[in-house]
Each structure stands twice: as C-alpha cells, then as structure tokens.
Design a protein around this ligand. Structure first.
Ligand SMILES: Nc1nc2c(c(=O)[nH]1)N[C@H]1C(S)=C(S)[C@@H](COP(=O)(O)O)O[C@H]1N2
Ligand SMILES: [Mo]
Length: 238
C-alpha cells in the first residue's frame, strides 16, 4: 500500500478549529480580527455525530496526587529492541478513515494543550507503578484529522515493530494521552520517546511506546496487537 499524505503544518486555522472543538481557548498572538472572522466558519464544522456523543459520555478515572508517584516502580518492558528516534526528524502520521490526514512534528504536537495526569500503570507480568504522564489528549489529535463516521478502531504502529489496536471510545477517552513527559520530565527513550500512549483505562501492553502512526479504521484486521496475537485479551481494560 502506498501512502500519499499532504504535508500539513499545524496552521493557526487548524489550532482555532481544535480550540473550538475541544472547548480549550488558545492564545494566538497577532491574530487579526479579519483572520479570526474568516476562521469562524471552520470552527463550526462539527465532528461526526457518533464521535460527538462518544465524547459526551466519557467519565474520567480518579487520579492520584503528585505525592503518590512511585518513581522507581515503572519497569522498562520492551519486547525486542529500543529504537532511537531523532525527535527533529520524527513525524507522527495520522491517517485512515479521516478527512484530514496529517503528519505532525513534535513541535506541532507540543503546541497543543498539555494535559498531565497521575495514574497507575499495570503490567500483566505482575507489577504496577503510579506514574505522572504529560502529553496531548488523543481526542484532540483525532478531532484535528476529522474522523469519518466509518471510523471505529484505531491502530498504533511503533518504531520497534510493536502494533496495537484500540476501540475508538477508549482512544478518545479524556485521559488517553499521547505522552511526551513522565514524572514531570521529558520522556526517556526507554519509556517510549518521543511519543507513547498512556491511559488509566487499559493494561500496560495496550500502551504503545515509540508510536509513529495512528490509523483510524472501520474494522479490525486479523493482526490486532503484538501480545493479543499471542493470546492476550484484546480489550485489555482496567
Ligand atoms: N513499542 C512498544 N510498546 C510497548 C511495549 C513494547 O515492547 N514495545 N511493551 C508494553 C508493555 S507490556 C508495557 S507494561 C509497557 C511498559 O512501559 P515502560 O517500559 O515505559 O514501563 O509498554 C508497553 N508498550
Ligand atoms: Mo506489560
């Protein structure tokens, strides 16, 4: 399959669209009123209806205070090798069943609202850790690419060959982040830099590190996830 993607930068217009969609106001310096009024039409372009109702029904999981962080408890769990990604060259591809496929740089991603949360990471191998993650809400990225109503699942492809699939509802949960910080510091390479999944609603193996592509799809393929294809449960909910 050949991928032909427009090289888009996150424009001011796109940021305005996002701020309209997520209800977050962004400060945009030097924004003339004529530019602003010309973007208002874009802001009102809605997400598809099933996505909108999904976003409304989601309840956050209670979080922990910063004092509960267990800095030494998060073990490195990597099935094969640790890919070393140049954060400047890095592009996150978001494509599939979307109207606006995108390739985002880390600078683009870091312009979006930063969310921080302290949650428990649970690995089925018998360990857990309370961790603070900082990053962008996946729902904000999904809103930017304008999902088609046919989108029902999300695939995450990683630079080490790991792959995962999630249901769309879990992907757009308010605490599902594409994280680039851990415990208040930039994410380390071992923990998945430059960008990894982090969410309090799924087991550790669902939380892909070194994510390079997010693909919205209408159906799951036989390959559902690295561990799932060896017998682990697919939903992996907590
Ligand atoms: N790309 C990739 N992501 C991955 C893994 C992996 O091997 N490769 N391991 C998973 C498992 S089983 C767990 S428990 C967590 C561990 O994250 P950590 O190494 O940052 O503690 O990453 C998950 N994400
Ligand atoms: Mo794990």
């Amino acid at each position: 399959m050949s991928l032909i993607l427009p090289k888009r930068n996150l424009s001011r217009r796109t940021l305005l669209q996002l701020s309209g969609l997520s209800g977050v106001s962004l400060f945009l310096g030097g924004c003339s009123s004529s530019l602003f009024s010309s973007t208002v039409g874009q802001i009102s372009e809605p997400l598809n209806q099933s996505m909108q109702s999904l976003l409304l029904t989601q309840k956050p999981v209670p979080e922990f205070p910063v004092s509960a962080i267990e800095p030494d408890s998060l073990l490195i769990n990597t099935f094969d090798f640790t890919p070393n990604i140049d954060p400047v060259q890095f592009r996150l591809i978001i494509d599939g069943e979307v109207n606006n496929p995108m390739q985002l740089t880390m600078a683009d991603i870091q312009k979006l609202p930063l969310t921080s949360m302290v949650i428990r990471h649970i690995c089925v191998e018998g360990w857990a850790a309370i961790v603070q993650w900082g990053g962008v809400r996946l729902r904000d990225l999904v809103a930017l690419v304008q999902p088609k109503s046919s989108a029902r699942y999300v695939y995450f492809k990683s630079a080490d060959g790991y792959y995962e699939s999630w249901d769309l509802a879990s992907a757009v949960h308010p605490q599902t982040l594409m994280a680039y910080q851990k415990n208040g510091q930039p994410l380390s390479v071992d923990n998945g830099a430059p960008l990894r999944l982090a969410a309090p609603i799924k087991l550790g193996y669902k939380q892909s590190k070194w994510v390079t592509q997010i693909k919205l799809v209408s159906n799951l393929s036989p390959a559902k996830g690295y561990w799932e294809d060896q017998g682990y449960e697919w939903f992996g909910g907590l």
